[in-house]
Design a protein around this ligand. Structure first.
Ligand code: CA2
Length: 148
């Protein structure tokens, strides 16, 4: 089987509302903009991206399982599941490629319950508070890890 050149960009609960609500925290870009930005970076380096969003923990876990066969790397913003989900951490631990954790807002400047991340126990890098630019930077980092 030819090795995958596809990077999965996974998004958790409420991120479907990106660009429509709370622009003071999350900005005005939408997930479609995120996908376009990540695709531009990936294409330049010979990779491609697929963006997913779900409000359901089990669906995110199923998508991570799918990534085991179909993706070479994962950028994940698990939303609020970041702070609660051992199950998503367990799923990520079954994935062999690079994993970048991304948060649009600076979670460390926010409520204390946002300061802990289960995902960070698996992530190879964490991008926090860089707005939606963090996704493209995370994509770039995965491309450089895999091209090294
Ligand atoms: O800063 C981030 O990217 C977060 O992962 C976003 C999560 C939050 O629970 C994390 O602590 C930090 C919330 C996502 C909500 O997304 C929305 C986007 C636009 C409008 C409303 C919600």
């Amino acid at each position: 089987m030819t090795p995958s050149k596809t990077i999965y960009i996974l998004n958790g609960p409420n991120l479907n509302l990106l660009g429509q609500r709370q622009p003071e925290i999350y900005g005005t870009n939408t997930l479609a903009d995120v996908e376009r930005n990540c695709a531009a970076v990936a294409t330049e380096k010979g990779f491609d991206v697929r963006l997913f969003q779900s409000n359901h923990e089990g669906v995110l876990i199923d998508t991570i399982h799918e990534a085991r066969q179909k993706a070479c790397g994962i950028v994940i913003n698990a939303g609020a599941f970041t702070h609660t989900s051992v199950a998503i951490l367990d799923a990520l631990n079954t994935f062999e490629g690079p994993v970048m954790e991304c948060h649009i807002s600076n979670v460390h400047k926010r409520e204390v319950f946002r300061h802990h991340s289960y995902i960070s126990l698996r992530a190879d890098g964490v991008l926090v508070g860089l707005g939606v630019e963090g996704y493209a930077l995370a994509t770039r980092r995965i491309c450089s890890i895999l091209s090294a």
